[in-house]
Design a protein around this ligand. Structure first.
Ligand SMILES: Cc1ncc(COP(=O)(O)O)c(C=O)c1O
Length: 381
């Protein structure tokens, strides 16, 4: 579709550099540490650990790799059932498949758009009653930077002996009762993919309170090499470590993370204020003990004549990128036949929801431009 605005394109969540990233990259060049180790990697890990208050942090090539390693370290094997949020991005759950394990998808609730604690309890109770194999691990996503109901979910998991891997890929900077998402379970994972709140162009991190798990993760991420002068292997590992160049971008980005979180939250509030009087528009909720990073401002439009696609195409014609909400995993063709406990919530969110451009470099007038177009599109109908 041709763009009619003549105005610069507004992207969903493009990279926003702080300015010092190249300084760290240059330092790596100067030291000739163009490698998957070096001062930037150590520095980036320290900065993230300090910011999130995580005792340990291991920098990796991507968030998906971090989930893969967490599952391995928790002993997940082929055929094991693994619980996961259905309303998420596929990177949350693809490592389950890589291990030959079986995902069990759990639907969202309307209060948080994240995994529903009551449905989780129902699923575990149901499996126990039917003497089905009991899952030992849950991959819990904090979607769009919004913390799930951690207290209620942790209580259910404790009752059934389930360990939590928090998928905080989208929620760096978000807190639950003042504690950072990604540090509330046995493992947490972060992503620094190009569209995240801070980016290293691609990258991830594994967070854990356990020194032993961190050590094992590092070992597996570096081809499971034994500590000998030659290359000795008693296990087969992975090449999952972050490069020193990429980590340099991360060090620069950490300098501005707090600002980015504040701006994302301002953007959300501005959209909410500008669209407050349109009855059919609803914004992603935030639970009482949660403070999300509002990575993407997400809305639903409850109007019989407007689909997210109507709105998306309307914005696209004005050179503005928006995106439907994640299609739930239990609706994905690739997971046809997978076990799922659903109640229609994520399906409805997918049918009615849209992510609005939320880049932290956008000005207030950019936000006003988008909000005005959303209003026009709805009022036209
Ligand atoms: C919710 C969620 N989980 C996992 C991932 C995977 O992270 P990565 O792309 O760094 O592998 C992403 C993002 O890309 C994500 O949004």
């Amino acid at each position: 579709m041709p763009h009619t605005s003549g105005l610069p394109r507004l992207f969903l969540s493009p990279p926003h550099m702080g300015g010092n990233e190249q300084h760290y990259i240059q330092a790596a060049f100067d030291a000739n540490y163009i490698a998957p180790l070096g001062a930037n990697v150590t520095d980036f890990e320290k900065r993230v650990a300090c910011y999130t208050q995580s005792p340990h942090a291991v920098a990796l090539s991507c968030g998906t790799a971090a989930i893969h390693l967490a599952l391995i370290l928790l002993g997940v094997k082929a055929g094991d059932p693994v619980l996961a949020s259905s309303f998420t991005f596929i990177g949350s759950v693809s490592p389950i498949i890589h291990l030959g394990a079986e995902p069990i998808f759990i639907d969202a609730d309307t209060n948080s758009w994240n995994l529903d604690p009551a449905l989780l309890e129902e699923a575990l109770h149901d499996r126990q009653q039917r003497a089905l194999p009991m899952p030992r691990v849950l991959i819990l996503t904090h979607l769009y930077g919004q913390p799930a109901n951690v207290d209620a979910l942790a209580a259910v998991c404790q009752r059934y002996g389930v360990t939590i891997i928090e998928d905080a890929a989208e929620s760096l900077g978000a807190t639950w009762r003042g504690r950072h998402t990604g540090t509330l379970g046995t493992f947490g994972i972060l992503s620094f993919n190009g569209n995240k709140i801070i980016t290293t162009s691609g990258g991830g991190m594994l967070l854990t309170p356990s020194a032993e798990y961190a050590k094992q993760a590092l070992y597996l991420a570096t081809q499971a090499r034994q500590n000998t002068p030659h290359y000795e292997h008693t296990d087969v590992g992975y090449n999952y470590r972050m490069s020193n160049i990429v980590a340099g971008i991360g060090c620069g980005q950490m300098e501005v993370l707090a600002e980015r979180v504040a701006r994302k939250r301002d953007i959300f509030t501005l959209y909410q204020t500008l669209l407050a009087d349109i009855e059919c528009v609803h914004f992603m909720p935030e639970l009482p003990h949660a403070c999300g990073n509002r990575w993407l401002t997400t809305i639903t439009v409850d109007h019989p004549a407007i689909t997210p696609e109507t709105l998306r195409l309307y914005l696209e014609a004005q050179n503005i990128e928006s995106r439907p909400l994640w299609k739930p995993m239990h609706l994905q063709p690739v997971f046809r036949g997978a076990q799922a406990y659903t109640q229609g919530v994520s399906e409805k969110l997918f049918a009615t929801g849209l992510c609005l451009p939320s880049g932290t470099a956008m000005s207030d007038s950019d936000i006003e431009r988008v909000a005005t177009l959303v209003r026009h599109c709805i009022e036209r109908v």
